[in-house]
Design a protein around this ligand. Structure first.
Ligand code: FMN
Length: 378
């Protein structure tokens, strides 16, 4: 029986335990998408006890930003800053991975390149409408992913995670609600996976067989007409066959069509389990993903409950447990979970103010932890 304190080795990586810091966009970077001391402070504090840190969504081009201050790896000039970050994480004993992302239609409108690239025009945010991507533009984005992952490797990251979840670009293609294309990028689950698989294969071809590549995706979309868990399982098998080394099984916890004040219909969704959804509420889906593949699977979603986190690993439901918001509220949560010191965890109240804060000038803030970056001047 595995425990949370057991190591895990795969694809040349050795994690000292089964806890993972999942990607959390901090908005602590510069407007040019570069690492700052605040970025370093946030990750140093949280790298001390987990087995692996997956750095927040770092984007493949300026028009791929999730928020105006997303960090980037679209140019070689951004490698030095990311190298400082990788080094800081590794110095704390954690495996350093970085998430590579493209927001597509869910990002802010862009003045450079393609504004809000989208599979078939579904509006994901009020304001400037999406641009439906041509095959040529898609090929360019595939190439951008490969280049960004190569830069992540050059910066010293032990692994990269492709962001295929949460209704950002790759996830927009994967979703039956969003992707209405009639070419080879749309249709059934295999057709909708075309972009995900092309990105995976291009990354693999660029960084070689040995570099660990993780893939984050929605195991299920819990909304009307959303991707089913059976489709999620089929997708997992396709990703494994395309050469992914581990799967990060997230989900869409809730979503629906809303109308903006100017009468535009847009799709709003959230990846975080709601207050009324139970601790570990996404585990049954992650466990189904694990049943479908032979590679390690990470579960996420309100898993900072000591007993629940221990149980999912001990029962072999998944291999790794990621703890998100609770690590913002208390950066020592991982150590406390590993030691079974449940009562000492300073609890996240699930107010979700953190999600709103990353779009503001302040960058990430937390109602519980007044200083998430650990910087004295903050
Ligand atoms: C402020 C904030 C920023 C996030 N940024 C990212 C991100 O950059 N990439 C990503 O895949 N998920 C992101 N997430 C989602 C988390 O990785 C995680 O899946 C989610 O918080 C659910 O886990 P939890 O219940 O432990 O918080 C973010 C979550 C929060 C709260």
């Amino acid at each position: 029986m595995a425990t949370l304190n057991d190591t895990l080795a795969f694809k040349g990586l050795k994690l000292r335990n089964r806890l993972v810091l999942p990607p959390i966009t901090t908005a602590y970077g510069t407007p040019e998408g570069e690492v700052t001391d605040r970025t370093l402070g946030f990750y140093r504090q949280r790298a001390r006890q987990v087995g692996m840190v997956i750095v927040e969504a770092v984007v493949v081009s300026p028009d791929a930003r999730l928020i105006p201050r997303s960090m980037g790896l679209w140019s070689d000039g951004q490698i030095a800053g990311m190298a400082r970050l990788a080094k800081a994480i590794k110095a704390e004993g954690a495996v350093a991975a970085v998430q590579i992302a493209h927001a597509g239609a869910r990002g802010p409108a862009s003045d450079t390149g393609i504004s809000r690239g989208s599979p078939s025009g579904a509006v994901m945010a009020p304001g400037e409408p999406p641009t439906i991507l041509s095959e040529g533009q898609i090929a360019g984005i595939v190439e951008d992913f490969a280049r960004a992952v190569a830069r992540a490797r050059e910066a010293g990251f032990d692994a990269a995670e492709i962001h295929g979840g949460h209704h950002y670009l790759i996830s927009q293609f994967l979703s039956p609600i969003i992707n209405g294309r009639e070419d080879r990028y749309g249709g059934d689950v295999a057709g909708r996976a075309t972009l995900a698989l092309e990105v995976t294969r291009a990354v693999r071809a660029r960084v070689g067989e040995d570099y660990p590549v993780l893939f984050r995706f929605n195991a299920v979309e819990l909304m009307e007409g959303g991707q089913t868990i059976e489709e999620g399982m089929a997708l997992a098998r396709l990703l494994e066959a395309a050469g992914v080394d581990a799967l990060h099984a997230s989900l869409i916890a809730q979503g629906g069509w809303r109308e903006s004040s100017s009468g535009v219909r847009f799709l709003q969704s959230t990846s975080a389990l709601l207050k009324e959804q139970p601790f570990g509420g996404a585990v049954p889906y992650a466990a189904k993903i694990k049943e479908s593949v032979g590679i390690p699977v990470i579960a996420v979603g309100k898993l900072a409950d000591v007993q629940e986190a221990a149980r999912v690993v001990e029962q072999g439901l998944v291999d790794l447990v990621a703890i998100g918001r609770q690590m913002i509220a208390d950066p020592e949560t991982a150590g406390k979970v590993l030691a079974g010191r449940r009562d000492e965890i300073v609890r996240c109240t699930e107010c979700n103010g953190c999600f709103a804060s990353i779009r503001k000038e302040t960058g990430l803030t937390c109602a519980v932890n007044k200083n998430p970056s650990g910087r004295p001047e903050y």
